[in-house]
Design a protein around this ligand. Structure first.
Ligand code: HEM
Length: 410
């Protein structure tokens, strides 16, 4: 079956009337901001937030069409390709940590992490030999991501949305020109994998599909990894005893400072993974997941009519005291096998759940643990006494002042 023939039936919703939800506690608020209005009017939860800049990204597809595309993309996340991404991440992280080590002292960590994540995406997603265009492409991409959460949704001159739309044009031109080259040359980066990926009938993904999936994948990876790795480092800076425990875990791997990180090394870092999960429990990179009810249903005795916009809220679930005692405390031991036994499977949903669950979650763990290995093997991180970083949680958690930390060589 060719992909073009399986487009999902258009799902159109009539938003429920305002007074049809009055039996639910709380109020609907005043949808004063353009984005709020558009989200309420859209047929897909994410469509209006991401549709203009990332049309037909995997998360925006539904039902059969989504399943088929998700299967085609999955080849890029199998262990062979993942090993080559790990090699690219490892080289990039080792080099950046060496730079930080050579210039220890105070650093604004959030922008530093954002830059590192971008640079890593350039090599692991696009290939090490992307060439002189790299700065222009990453700039175009950053503009697209910034525009996706901009309040003004029309590309009026001088707005983030206008820059985003211009960025998308540049990215589309770059990918279009590169696809035939990548098909001919091979290459182990994620883009080259998608250029060679096929549907079940053996047909290659179309140029348009590759462009849409690539832009979406870069977007899905970028701010989430920047946010989660910044929360992770902030937690280690605030909890030196945990920093020491994880450094001991890295030391126990027995790998020389210059040696590459392997899959086996990452497997042997369970405490680092638990600490990363705990950082994302406290500050989930996607704090709210928009959905729309496709049929009438009942939740906790409340009738929810079809078409109702639903905000699944990881930030709320991750702080429910009945599931997470002392919910604001940083305690990675919440994620031991024993502590997790019997816990609701959707109690921790940093990567979502169900049909749209994050496709890149192993990529994210890989990057986080590879980062932990190099960072902790070479540096210690601390906060000035009396300094408590303030965070904004929406639309993606980030420290308001960029997170002032001090790095010292170990
Ligand atoms: C810590 C990092 C990350 C977090 C917290 C995260 C979180 C999420 C969440 C919550 C969703 C589900 C959204 C929904 O159900 O509406 C999602 C979907 C997705 N993520 Fe991630 N993500 C991360 C990293 C990545 C990376 C590194 C990639 C790619 C390399 C990626 C690719 C995707 C894709 C393709 C989807 C859509 C899946 C689908 O619709 O079938 N993510 N992510």
């Amino acid at each position: 079956m060719s992909m073009q023939s399986v487009a999902s039936p258009a799902v159109t919703f009539t938003p429920p009337k305002r007074n049809s939800l009055t039996h639910i506690p709380g109020d609907e608020g005043w949808p004063l901001i353009g984005k709020t209005l558009e989200v309420l009017a859209s047929t897909h939860g994410w469509g209006r937030i991401l549709g203009l800049l990332f049309p037909r990204g995997l998360m925006l597809l539904d039902f059969d069409e989504h399943r088929l595309h998700r299967r085609a993309l999955s080849v890029a996340f199998k262990s062979g390709p993942m090993k080559s991404y790990l090699a690219a991440l490892d080289t990039g992280i080792a080099a950046r940590v060496a730079q930080w080590k050579a210039q220890p002292g105070p650093i604004l960590f959030y922008p530093a992490m954002k830059q590192l994540t971008l640079d890593l995406a350039a090599t692991s997603f696009l290939g090490a030999d992307i060439g002189p265009e790299v700065d222009e492409i990453t700039r175009a991409f950053v503009d697209m991501v910034a525009a996706s959460v901009a309040v003004i949704r029309k590309p009026l001159p001088g707005t983030a949305m206008a820059r985003g739309v211009r960025g998308r044009k540049r990215i589309v031109a770059y990918f279009s020109e590169q696809i035939p080259i990548r098909r001919a040359n091979g290459g182990e980066d994620l883009f080259s994998q998608l250029c060679r990926a096929t549907h079940d009938d053996g047909a290659l993904l179309s140029t348009q599909d590759i462009i849409d999936h690539m832009s979406f994948l870069m977007m899905a990876a970028h701010d989430t990894l920047t946010s989660s790795l910044t929360s992770f480092v902030a937690a280690l800076a605030a909890h030196p005893q945990w920093q020491t425990r994880l450094r001991d875990e890295v030391a126990a791997l027995g790998i020389a400072a210059g040696a590459p990180t392997t899959f086996d090394n990452l497997e042997a870092m369970p405490l680092s993974e638990m600490a990363f999960k705990e950082a994302m429990r406290l500050k989930p990179p996607v704090p709210s997941i928009p959905r729309r009810a496709i049929r009438d249903f009942t939740f906790k005795g409340y009738a929810i009519p079809a078409g109702t916009m639903i905000g699944v809220n990881p930030l709320f679930s991750h702080h429910m005291p009945e599931i997470w005692p002392d919910p604001d405390a940083f305690d990675p031991m919440r994620f031991t096998d024993e502590a997790q036994r019997g816990r609701h499977r959707f109690a921790w949903v940093a990567f979502g759940g169900g049909a749209h669950m994050c496709l890149g979650l192993h990529f994210a763990y890989m990057q986080a643990k590879c980062f932990a290995r190099h960072f902790l093997q070479n540096l210690s991180v601390s906060l000035e006494p009396g300094y408590t970083p303030q965070w904004q949680m929406w639309p993606i958690p980030k420290p308001r002042d960029g997170l002032r930390v001090t790095l010292s060589p170990v």
